[in-house]
Design a protein around this ligand. Structure first.
Ligand SMILES: O=C(CCC1CCCC1)NO
Ligand SMILES: [Zn+2]
Length: 370
């Protein structure tokens, strides 16, 4: 079993500028400049820990390349591609569309490298060079729709890789599982009427985008039944997410029988993330990943390919990502979560009626999967 790994220093050069964390700085409005919350630090530290733990030596390095415009256009409109290039060509950069999504000078080519890196990882899996893989990429992608970037996302790398897998690699049925704390609205919208791609998102209810990710969003037309959402209340931790895995994600994957599982691996549902209020720990990510690896082994020759999405706490995300990657690679390192004791009591909350309702509503929709 071989796990592929994609990383490139350019991912750390995507410049999100100074913007008081989320919003563009505007001193006159009392918004002072500060490092944007989607900055290189957390992901740099993930890479460093993968290296310092010795895990890097057990992975197969897959070199990224820039996605071609033709590959991007399988998902995105020409207007969006051109908009991002124009913003990226500006000396001071610009925004991808929603005012939250900085485009640094040169970010167009870096976003192409993120999408192309995932394409190369999926290709390696399809060719059997690797069993599964993880692309530690920036910028993130799961909020980007065909027409626009949003939520820090420029191109939807997972959607571009899914379409590549279908067009070039003979992988017809693609499942996308998204455990980022925020709704994978872009990925869902791109495939909303398409039964060849099942999208499943577990996220904090009403967090971002505030108006999407509800259970009733279940696909349309030929795609009816092929979008599943589990909007979990704030404070949801290990019990709720594992219930969603066992009651929704695994049964849906079994029924859909994908040729490839793509994972939008955001780590911002961690107990100490600034942009959400969920309570997963490194141990939670390990257990969730174990279940996904087993499902991929059972259903699609182990083909599970992940793209890093959100995750903003620079001192905890690395341990969550390392636990995930150890499980993906089927190994352990000498590094254990140094904060495990500090959160040991956090996951004690048993399942609440609200959490059970969210899981139950989604579970009822699985029968609509063809
Ligand atoms: O991590 C993210 C980004 C969420 C933020 C985008 C604007 C406010 C919340 N999405 O997965
Ligand atoms: Zn997120």
């Amino acid at each position: 079993m071989t796990t592929g790994y994609v990383f490139h220093p350019e991912y750390l050069w995507h410049d999100t500028g100074t913007s008081a964390g989320l919003l563009p700085a505007n001193p006159a409005a009392g918004i002072p400049p500060a490092a944007h919350i989607e900055n290189p630090e957390a992901k740099r530290r993930v890479h460093e820990l993968i290296h310092a733990s010795g895990l890097l030596g057990e992975l197969m390095i897959i070199e990224p390349r820039r996605a071609t415009v033709a590959e991007l256009l399988r998902v995105h409109t020409e207007a969006h591609v051109q908009h991002l290039k124009a913003q990226s060509d500006l000396r001071a950069g610009g925004d991808a569309g929603d005012g939250f999504s900085p485009v640094g000078h040169g970010s167009y080519d870096i976003a192409r490298l993120a999408a192309g890196g995932l394409i190369e990882l999926v290709t390696a899996a399809a060719h059997g060079d690797i069993t599964n893989g993880y692309a530690l990429v920036r910028p993130p992608g799961h909020h980007a729709t065909a027409e626009a970037g949003m939520g820090f996302c420029l191109f939807n790398s997972i959607a571009v890789a899914a379409r590549h897998a279908q067009a070039e690699l003979g992988l017809a049925r693609i499942a996308v599982v998204d455990f980022d704390a925020h709704h994978g609205n872009g990925t869902q919208a791109i495939f909303y009427d398409d039964p060849s791609v099942l999208t499943i998102s577990l996220h904090q209810a009403g967090c971002f985008p505030p108006d999407s990710g509800w259970t009733h969003e279940n696909g349309t037309g030929d795609g009816a039944g092929y979008a599943l959402n589990v909007p979990l209340p704030p404070g949801s931790g290990h019990p709720a997410y594992l219930s969603a895995m066992h009651q929704v994600v695994l049964p849906a994957l079994n029924r859909f029988a994908p040729d490839l599982i793509l994972l939008a691996a955001g780590f911002d549902a961690n107990v100490w993330d600034p942009l959400a209020r969920q309570m997963l720990t490194a141990a939670s990510y390990r257990e969730i990943t174990r279940l996904l690896v087993d499902a991929a082994d059972r259903l699609c020759h182990g083909r599970l390919v992940a793209a890093h999405e959100g995750g903003y706490n620079p001192w905890y995300v690395p341990y969550c990502a390392l636990a995930f990657l150890e499980e993906l690679a089927g190994t352990t390192t000498h590094v254990t979560d140094p904060l495990a004791a500090a959160v040991a009591g956090y996951a004690a909350e048993p399942l609440t009626p609200q959490q059970q309702a969210a899981v139950g509503e989604a579970a009822q929709l699985i029968s609509r999967l063809g």
